[in-house]
Design a protein around this ligand. Structure first.
Ligand code: PGA
Length: 268
């Protein structure tokens, strides 16, 4: 796991945007895994900026989002489809027919929908770069603590902590869904590269559990220890509980030199 510590959230967004731009500019049919939540918003702002500056085009990109509330209409402002339109899709040249979320509409069977989503990802050639946030409870996507490390896209019941953490986004009298469809942990681990962003003190405990373990379903993000190409972008607060911070800073400096000498090797 490559841990990079930044001064602030803006630097994280700029670095993550560089990763996305490199993939999109390098590969003819890039496949992006996307995330919702507060953390990736500044990344999407950077991507829109780059698109408007003519630095990248999403016209050949296919995207798969991590999760979506069960049975929610895409016009509902709480839907993750709405979030993606507002924060990214409406502002760039992506073909919306090639943007997918793990939906399960009224009357559909979540098990069939989960299998169908896995098929779609496989047909697209797999995910090249998966963007991730992390929950204060260590979840990735909506893979809540004790999710199977072998899980695939499926229906999941949200924990009380996740509901509490997300309640800030719902009005007092608004319905807050308690069920969602989410890529599984094994689905996420199949991505060629995984880029996890975390900011703020309230993520510090989960970040520590993710980076220094133990590998456990109690912290789903710790599964990234098994991933060959997991990059973790942190601000100082999110990194604050890591014991070996000096090492990560030192290793990052070495990586810059190694990349200068041997070239950046991203095997997309
Ligand atoms: P946040 O959510 O970016 O809104 O903190 C992250 C997550 O729950 O994965």
């Amino acid at each position: 796991m490559q841990v990079i510590i930044f001064d602030d959230a803006q630097q994280i967004a700029e670095s993550a945007a560089e990763w996305v731009a490199e993939l999109i500019n390098k590969k003819s049919n890039p496949v992006l895994g996307l995330a919702t939540g507060s953390t990736p918003i500044s990344l999407y702002q950077e991507l829109v900026k780059k698109y408007k500056a003519g630095e990248l085009s999403f016209s050949n990109t296919t995207s798969f989002n991590l999760d979506e509330y069960l049975g929610i209409n895409e016009k509902n402002e709480q839907s993750y489809r709405h979030f993606m339109n507002e924060n990214l899709f409406d502002h760039v040249d992506i073909n919306k027919y090639k943007t997918f979320l793990p939906t399960c509409n009224q009357g559909e069977n979540p098990r069939e929908q989960g299998l169908d989503y896995e098929d779609k990802i496989a047909q697209a050639g797999g995910i090249d770069l998966q963007i991730l946030g992390i929950g204060a409870n260590g979840h990735i996507g909506f893979n809540e603590p004790t999710s199977s490390l072998a899980s695939r896209t499926r229906i999941k019941t949200l924990t009380q902590q996740t509901l509490d953490d997300n309640s800030r986004l719902f009005a007092a009298d608004e319905f807050q869904p308690t069920l969602a469809m989410t890529m599984g942990i094994a689905t996420i681990l199949d991505a060629r590269y995984v880029l996890l962003m975390a900011t703020g003190k309230n993520k510090a405990k989960a970040v520590k559990a993710m980076v220094t373990g133990p590998l456990s379903a109690v912290c789903p993000a710790s599964s990234l220890q098994l991933h060959e190409n997991a990059i973790v972008l942190l601000d100082k607060e999110a990194a604050s509980e890591l014991e070996d911070q000096d090492y990560y800073v030192w290793a990052d400096k070495q990586n810059v030199k190694i990349n200068q000498e041997f070239g950046l090797y991203h095997n997309y």
